[in-house]
Design a protein around this ligand. Structure first.
Ligand code: 3HC
Length: 325
């Protein structure tokens, strides 16, 4: 499907000219900016993806946040605090990018709480073990890096620019997780078992982060044609598997996939099939922690209402003071 196949029925030459300009910008590998004309479908797809990306960052603070008060040392607590705060910042960058498309932050938050907008399936899994903090950094943020680095070349300017800063911080997130696990793997047998148990729980959900298989992805083809996505779900999943296997060897852990093996002909690793029924169940809201994550987000939104109201009144008063001068 080319960028032009999706043109809405344009009712006059002016619109056709605008569509041509849009197609030319994409064709030249340049960026679409907020003030540029864009097809409604392009805008809608960007708001959908960027809002869900932002929601994922904010909800993603909860699983690791669960360990902030129980980190084993001041150093680990400081690192975890910095990481969780980074995720909040990533969410705010992305909500700001969505607002350049005309989306409203409050409206997106309500849609999240009401289940009308999604967030990443990965954050609906529990974190019962401290090793989860390391495995989330290593595998979940590692998967996010695989997915987000190509988004630095997304055709929509504000999204691509937000990703550049996010990716710099994401690499710190992945390294701190890997270093935490290396420390545990050099510890006691019990710590090594704790790490392996955590890897066994997170490996398959991490593969599901990249979305359904390409032949079951309704959005990929069009998003690729518009340059919003630069790779398909399966391409990025494969890249993540190939990146993770040598890292696991260095750590001394294994992945729970008997089909995982290097394929010389493909120049890549073969691996098993994620449980897509589980994926759909979690995406539909029936994962281990969906209710808890959304309920926590709703409570935070309600508890913060007075701050938003106070800020709005303050801003209104300032405006009235300026006008009355
Ligand atoms: N969790 C929840 N929903 C998912 C999903 C997942 N892991 N993967 C796909 N879906 C949803 C899609 O949103 C879509 O539903 P919708 O049409 O109602 O929005 C449906 O499943 C079909 O999937 P598609 O592959 O057709 O959808 P996309 O083309 O949007 O691809 C995506 C899905 C690859 C996640 C893409 O949206 C994307 O690249 N998003 C930006 C990156 C992102 O959101 N990452 C989430 C994690 S953020 C993170 O990890 C933070 C880090 O700091 C830890």
């Amino acid at each position: 499907m080319s960028v032009t196949d999706t043109k809405p029925a344009l009712d006059d030459a002016a619109d056709a000219e605008l569509q041509r300009e849009f197609d030319d910008i994409l064709g030249a590998g340049q960026r679409i900016e907020p003030r540029d004309w864009m097809p409604q479908g392009y805008r809608k797809t960007l708001i959908r993806q960027i809002a869900q990306h932002a929601h994922s960052e904010i909800i993603g603070m909860q699983p690791e946040g669960n360990w902030l008060t129980r980190a084993p040392s001041l150093r680990r607590k400081a690192i975890l605090m910095a990481k969780v705060q980074d995720e909040a910042g990533h969410g705010l960058y992305l909500y700001s990018a969505a607002e350049t498309l005309g989306a409203d932050r409050g409206d997106m938050t309500v849609k999240l709480i009401e289940g009308k907008q999604k967030y990443s399936s990965i954050f609906n899994y529990p974190t019962p073990s401290y090793a989860d903090v390391g495995v989330i950094g290593w595998l979940v943020d590692g998967a996010a890096i695989c997915n987000q680095v190509p988004l630095c070349r997304s055709s929509y300017g504000p999204y691509a620019r937000a990703m550049i800063r996010v990716c710099k911080e994401e690499s710190f997130h992945q390294r701190q997780g890997f270093e935490l696990l290396m420390t545990m793997m050099r510890g006691t047998e019990a710590q090594r078992e704790m790490v392996q148990e955590s890897v066994d729980r997170w490996w398959w959900p991490a593969l599901m982060m990249f979305g359904p298989p390409d032949d079951q992805s309704p959005n990929t083809e069009q998003s690729m044609a518009w340059g919003i996505k630069r790779h398909t779900n399966d391409e990025l999943r494969q890249r993540f598997v190939d990146m993770s296997v040598p890292q696991a060897k260095i750590l001394g852990v294994t992945f729970p996939d008997p089909e995982l093996a290097w394929n010389d002909e493909r120049g890549a690793h073969d691996f098993g099939t994620p449980d897509w029924d589980e994926f759909m169940k979690v995406v539909k809201g029936d994962g281990p922690c969906n209710a808890e994550r959304v309920s926590n987000r709703r409570a935070a939104h309600e508890d913060g209402a007075w701050v938003r109201e106070a800020a709005a009144v303050f801003a209104q008063n300032r405006t009235e003071q300026r006008v009355s001068r």
